[in-house]
Design a protein around this ligand. Structure first.
Ligand code: PMP
Length: 395
């Protein structure tokens, strides 16, 4: 066999698979995507910063740059993290990554030996589960309720799995469920991570997209033992095509990641890093994010209101305070992977929940995205899905 054993663990992304099916059928209203609304990208501003950079700084913007990232962007991030998240980071604690997806991948590479245990929320982000898989780790999924991961279950998992290397979590408006952790759960997680000496990966691409309620301090701001690696990204608050994100951790960890990045891709796109920095320096970032928050808040509310009117009472769903997703749980006998075929026949699509569970052991949930669908289609699509669900529950 020419392929390495680790490839046995690598699976195709269910989301991309759904995308392929939908592409073959016209007229499907798709709640399956996980993309930000492209109409909210700051087109004029990006045009202006790109023009300026190519006129005034092209020799730097088009040249190789440092592996750790463009120095002024790293400095800007230190200020941003202090102001926004109350995190004291120096440049040495940061590295720019090609999306936070690369950050997740690097965490696996620097930390995981075959057989190590990774604890995740159950369910969790599919892209992270798929990034961990090639490192031949074992997964333990810990259930979440309305306040985040259930801490009694986490402690039990840590006791039962002494070879746990890390806990991967998305405390804000989680992908896929849209759930947010309470401050108490965050504090308890840090306490348990300290007690059982494990690393915490805090993946927070949606943290700025809160449209209701009070924000919760980040895990990184509660970390007194340098055991939290936090991952941030400009994908959901600026534009994902730039692929500019960052990792914040201890100097030791960042040095290891830098070594890996030298071998992986040398550096992130220099022009893209400078475009982000120019945007931050010349425009009102908060105002831009506010626009996204308002648009997503309205769409989310419309989806929830329509679900309330159209879904059968057996369907339970989350009411997110931010982010991009609503999560639906159906009676246990319904397999949403099978249901998807019926839904697509009726011209509506979602992502079946199964692949978000690290052990793929739960089949009766599904994820809905509200950011890329028009308001008209949200109403129409949820009505159709409501009928499909009622039909399924009856049979
Ligand atoms: N983490 C989570 C929880 C996500 O939902 C996503 C994107 N869907 C990512 C990481 C990757 O984001 P990016 O690489 O664009 O920063």
């Amino acid at each position: 066999m020419i392929f390495a054993d680790r490839m046995d663990e690598v699976k195709a992304s269910a989301i991309r698979a759904v995308g392929k099916i939908i592409a073959q059928k016209k007229g499907v209203i798709s709640f399956a995507a996980g993309l930000p609304d492209p109409t909210l990208f700051p087109f004029d501003e990006m045009h202006a910063v790109t023009d300026k950079l190519l006129k005034e700084d092209a020799m730097v913007a088009l040249q190789y740059g440092p592996t750790q990232g463009h120095g002024p962007l790293l400095e800007k991030l230190c200020t941003l993290l202090k102001e926004r998240d109350n995190v004291d980071a120096k440049s040495e604690n940061l590295i720019i990554t090609t999306g936070s997806q690369q950050g997740i991948s690097f965490c696996s590479m620097i930390m995981l030996n075959p057989g190590d245990v990774v604890i995740t929320e159950n369910p969790s982000y599919l892209g992270a589960i798929n990034a961990f898989r090639p490192y031949q780790c074992n997964f333990v999924g810990v259930d979440i309720d309305e306040d985040g991961m259930i801490m009694e279950d986490l402690e039990k998992a840590l006791q039962e799995n002494p070879n746990t290397k890390m806990i991967y979590v998305i405390p804000n408006f989680q992908n896929p469920t849209g759930k947010t952790w309470s401050k108490e759960r965050c504090e308890k997680l840090i306490e348990l991570a300290n007690k059982y000496d494990v690393i915490v990966i805090e993946d927070d691409p949606y943290g700025q997209l809160r449209f209701r309620g009070e924000s919760v301090p980040t895990l990184k701001s509660m970390d007194t033992q340098e055991r939290v690696i936090s991952l941030g990204s400009f994908s959901k608050v600026l534009c994902p095509g730039l692929r500019v994100a960052w990792m914040c951790g201890s100097k030791d960890m960042i040095e290891k990641v830098e070594l890996l990045k030298q071998g992986a891709d040398l550096q992130c796109n220099q022009l893209a890093q400078m475009q982000v920095l120019e945007f931050l320096n010349n425009y009102d970032f908060e105002k831009h994010i506010d626009k996204i928050r308002t648009a997503y808040g309205n769409k989310c509310q419309l989806m929830l209101d329509t679900m309330k009117a159209e879904f059968p009472p057996e369907a339970k769903y989350t009411e997110p305070e931010g982010g991009m997703f609503v999560w639906v749980e159906l009676p246990g006998h319904i397999d949403t992977t099978e249901l998807l075929n019926k839904a697509i026949e009726s011209n509506v699509a979602f992502v079946p929940g199964e692949s978000f569970y690290p052990l793929c052991d739960c089949k009766s949930s599904l994820r809905l995205n509200f950011t890329t669908v028009s308001e008209e289609n949200i109403v129409e699509g949820i009505k159709i899905l409501g009928s499909v669900l009622k039909e399924e529950i009856k049979s």
